[in-house]
Design a protein around this ligand. Structure first.
Ligand code: RAM
Length: 946
């Protein structure tokens, strides 16, 4: 935090010396810096800073040119917005000349402040257009069918195809652009050098509907004369194993979209002399197999270095023995689009912490952190020596690697040495594992610190949040949340990175999405995944259980609590980033879903008991992994119905759709009325008709029985505003009562854990929320930390001292983010950062101060920050001997209401001045023990004495 203030101070002085007014930086297009995009009217954004407080933008001017040279207004041949009166600094659509394929656009921006003073022009940024029309693709799908190979007893793992072509390039290249994609996964190289730094390209989509491609500037990779274009392919999500299909003995267990991985690449070269040419994948390419004998996302890679063909991807290689590549037909309806998300990359390397020798002569190496990724192996040995790497999240008490929870995911990498006397370095290309421990077999000598290096992979979502306190458990918990997010945001939001699952479960995604926005900038990540969700929408209008949505198991259809992701995710992205395009593009899907709900309710606007008895499991997953009597899934489905109608009404308004707003406001009211009529008793307690569920067979944990009077019911009812505002407090009391009756312990599952603390805080039980949050007793977040976890567990009891890993064989991940959704409360309540307008254009800082008297088990100092579309927000509080201090940073162009908790009626100071005397803040009054002030941008330090 200190560092940030320092940086800010330097920035402020630097700009202060240059010019008054607003300085624009961090220019982005479609949420990315200098991207390639195929969005016809890309959205631009910038961040403002100022050396004055209480500043805002009154106008901006954007200029866009086709060439970079000394960009000024006279050269803005694509767009000059002129001085445009507006507060907008993001989601500003390009509105210049229509853009062509391959068009490079250089742009800059300046802003006028509230006094009408123009700031300096920003630095120049750029974006580039991809191929806008599919007909511009001249390249064919090519590959090599090796599907008949690699059939083992359990797994069918054919070798990875290698493709190459020698091409001649004329001298004096001006610019060379490579567009490349695969059905499967690709790694493309030119003259032996990998192009780009992305991993697992081109990502997972419903390949029948669309496939994404990457575009790279490869001007410096080519030379005049002979060049080698080459690619390695793998099976990936397209042709490899997916999810638990093997485990559940689905008729199809792999190759859900196709059997043969395929490459499509197009290299466009323009020369100084004005000529140009296009080189494409076609039947003239050569194909073979090589050292990569097995390559599968879930099962790992096997690489026999003895089979390497030296120089296979360089121009001098003799490929006479290689076969001609096979050309495969395209599906005309399949779209080819620029990858909209943040690339998956190696984001960090991790050194081995400790190494232990096992009785069988193998070694287990502890990376000290559970993460998703791979390891780089460095070995020396004889040709044919075989090194086997196995991955696990935990060790058994006797020191054995725990792999039972991987289920059918083999998660094994094998490297066979070629015997290079100088040693060999290898890392897999097309797989990843979820692990903290690696067991290595087959070494000749004991490993050293260089033998293995952990390579963390994940969608490279910029870090935007920090959260720090003086409580070590809480700090570790926050670290665990962020690590679990990183381990599971890999192209799509997965449930877990280790076992044979790793699919985009919609329930997990919807409960966690808001939390995710506090840690990382996930705007473009969800831009990508919401398309997957829409592509996966079922014929009846329900969003699927997971997206992308191949048929991994016959009975997988949809479930309340999961299917609402199609509404909740776009909504949360809108709230966090002010994105309305996702709403308009998703609108037809979202309304189809709402129609589905209405039809399902048979016009009753409530889902009565057994309303979803036709799906498997009956009623859907409900409050998955909760304890005790079950909250009726139909009651939760009904709550979600009301909640979705609310969100739809707000999203309709955000997009100027008045009719839509009216319609969904009315729907929400009808649902609320029907829900309360059906599911509450005369005193407003939640209830259900137990008998209707019979013995509960077919329902998740149905044998435990059902009741409406649960923590999960009240927590959700409060969170989703199901109850009349006048009754809200009463529901909070009931929730508190239920917790007390349960020995002060939570009993909530996936759907109940997220709203639990926010609901307590909203109804005057902040202290109780803190008690749950700070508890280390089972079941709690702290319990996991106490047990040495470095990520969030799937179950509260994934491990207990009494029962060990009792769920291993079935389902027991140690990297599952759903319960990490407590993050929403950490930022929104403990630090008190709450957006009151989309994009944090206006927000509240309303921290809830941790209860006193807990000593080291409590919190006496908390510091959180969040970089929003508007810039950095900071909220810090610390208990002092004299009372409380608070520090708040409010970005330029935003407004905040700050709630200053008062311990007593002592005088509050802001920036060393009595608050009544300060011109920087406007006192709005008192509210629930807080003094409420309104401020514009700036840094504010408050002292609130006892
Ligand atoms: C588990 C997944 C996921 C959950 C579903 C219902 O197998 O891991 O977390 O959403 O089941």
């Amino acid at each position: 935090m200190k560092k940030y203030f320092l940086a800010l101070a330097i920035m402020v002085t630097a700009t202060g010396m240059k010019a008054a007014g607003l300085t624009a930086s961090y220019l982005r297009c479609e949420y990315k810096e200098n991207p390639v995009t195929d969005v016809p009217a890309p959205r631009l954004s910038w961040e403002l800073s100022s050396n004055q407080s209480d500043q805002l933008q009154t106008a901006y001017q954007i200029i866009v040119a086709s060439s970079q040279n000394a960009l000024n207004e006279s050269k803005a041949d694509l767009w000059n917005s002129g001085k445009t009166a507006s507060r907008a600094t993001y989601q500003v659509e390009y509105a210049g000349k229509p853009l062509k394929s391959g068009q490079r656009c250089y742009w800059k921006v300046r802003s006028w402040d509230k006094n009408g003073v123009a700031g300096p022009w920003s630095q120049v940024a750029r974006w580039e257009m991809g191929l806008l029309d599919k007909s511009e693709w001249k390249a064919e799908w090519i590959g090599l069918d090796l599907d008949h190979l690699g059939k083992g007893k359990v797994y069918h793992l054919p070798p990875a195809p290698y493709l190459r072509k020698k091409v001649q390039v004329k001298p004096a290249i001006k610019r060379a652009t490579l567009h490349v994609t695969a059905l499967g996964l690709y790694e493309f190289s030119i003259n032996g050098k990998k192009i780009g730094d992305a991993f697992l390209t081109p990502g997972w989509t419903d390949y029948d509907k669309r496939v994404y491609y990457q575009t790279y500037d490869v001007t410096s990779n080519l030379k005049s004369g002979a060049n080698a274009l080459a690619a390695q392919l793998s099976y990936g999500w397209y042709a490899g194993y997916l999810g638990y299909s093997l485990l559940v003995q689905n008729p199809v267990v792999r190759a859900f979209y196709g059997k043969v991985p395929l490459l499509k690449a197009q290299l466009e070269i323009s020369y100084q002399d004005g000529t140009s040419e296009t080189l494409v994948t076609d039947q003239s390419w050569k194909a073979s197999q090589g050292a990569l004998l097995e390559s599968d996302l879930l099962n790992g890679e096997t690489y026999d270095a003895r089979l390497e063909e030296k120089g296979w991807n360089t121009a001098g290689f003799d490929d006479q023995k290689w076969k001609p590549a096979q050309v495969f037909p395209d599906k005309p309806e399949r779209k080819l689009q620029v990858y909209p998300g943040p690339p998956v990359r190696i984001t960090q390397t991790i050194a081995v912490k400790t190494t232990n020798r096992r009785p069988d002569g193998s070694y287990i190496m502890d990376m000290g952190q559970n993460f998703a990724g791979i390891v780089r192996l460095k070995v020396k040995g004889a040709a044919g020596d075989t090194i086997q790497l196995r991955f696990g999240e935990k060790l058994h008490p006797d020191g054995r690697l725990m792999t039972e929870n991987l289920r059918m995911a083999r998660a094994t990498d094998t490297y066979i040495l070629k015997g290079d006397p100088n040693g060999e370095i290898w890392e897999p290309k097309f797989t990843f594992h979820g692990f903290q421990f690696v067991q290595i077999n087959g070494l000749r000598q004991a490993p050293d610190s260089q033998t293995l290096t952990g390579l963390v992979i994940g969608s490279d979502t910029p870090k935007v949040g920090t959260f720090e306190t003086d409580n070590a458990m809480v700090n570790q918990l926050y670290s665990n949340i962020d690590w679990t997010q990183r381990a599971n945001y890999i192209d799509i939001p997965t449930d877990c990175p280790q076992r044979d699952e790793r699919i985009g479960w919609t329930g997990d995604a919807q409960v966690y999405v808001k939390s995710a926005t506090f840690n990382r900038d996930v705007a473009s990540f969800f831009t990508k995944w919401v398309v997957d969700l829409n592509d996966g929408q079922r014929e009846n209008g329900a969003y699927p259980l997971y997206a992308p949505a191949p048929d991994l198991r016959k009975t997988d259809t949809f479930s309340p609590g999961w299917m609402e992701a199609g509404i909740i995710c776009p909504y949360q992205i809108y709230r966090a980033y002010g994105d309305t395009r996702m709403i308009s593009q998703g609108w037809p899907y979202m309304t189809a879903f709402m129609d589905f709900l209405e039809k399902r309710s048979n016009g009753a606007y409530v889902f009565k008991e057994n309303a979803f008895a036709d799906i498997d499991p009956k009623g859907g997953f409900g409050d998955w992994l909760s304890f005790g009597k079950k909250t009726p899934p139909d009651l939760l489905a009904s709550f979600y119905y009301a909640y979705c109608a609310d969100l739809m009404s707000e999203m309709a308004e955000a997009t100027g759709n008045i009719k839509g707003k009216q319609h969904f406001t009315a729907t929400a009211a009808k649902v609320r009325k029907a829900v309360l009529a059906h599911y509450t008793d005369s005193e407003g307690r939640f209830k259900c008709d137990q008998k209707a569920y019979g013995d509960g067979a077919g329902y998740v944990d149905g044998a435990l029985g059902f009741t409406g009077h649960t923590q999960t019911a009240y927590a959700n009812a409060i969170y989703m505003n199901i109850i009349d505002p006048a009754e809200m407090k009463k529901s909070g009391d009931r929730l508190a009562e239920l917790l007390r009756e349960n020995g002060g312990k939570l009993a909530t599952g996936f759907l109940g854990a997220k709203p639990l603390l926010p609901a307590l805080s909203a109804t005057g039980y902040s202290d109780m929320a803190y008690k749950l949050f700070l508890s280390k007793e089972f079941p709690s977040w702290g319990f996991e930390v106490e047990n040495g976890s470095t990520t969030i567990w799937e179950r509260w009891d994934s491990f207990t001292k009494e029962d060990g890993f009792k769920y291993n064989a079935a389902m027991n991940s140690f990297s599952h983010y759903a319960f990490g959704a407590v993050c929403e409360w950490m930022f929104g309540n403990a630090a008190g950062i709450k957006a009151t307008r989309p994009g944090f254009a206006e927000f509240d800082i309303r921290p809830e101060i941790a209860p006193d008297g807990m000593g080291r088990e409590g919190i006496s100092r908390l510091a959180a920050s969040l970089r929003t579309m508007n810039g950095m927000i900071v909220s810090e509080w610390a208990k002092t001997q004299n009372g409380l201090t608070m520090k708040v940073v409010v970005p330029v162009n935003t407004k905040a209401r700050i709630y200053i908790p008062r311990f007593s009626e002592g005088q509050i100071f802001v920036n060393s001045r009595e608050i009544n005397q300060s011109k920087q803040v406007k006192i709005l009054g008192k509210e629930q023990g807080y003094t409420l002030v309104e401020v514009g941008s700036g840094t504010y330090e408050f002292i609130a004495p006892h």
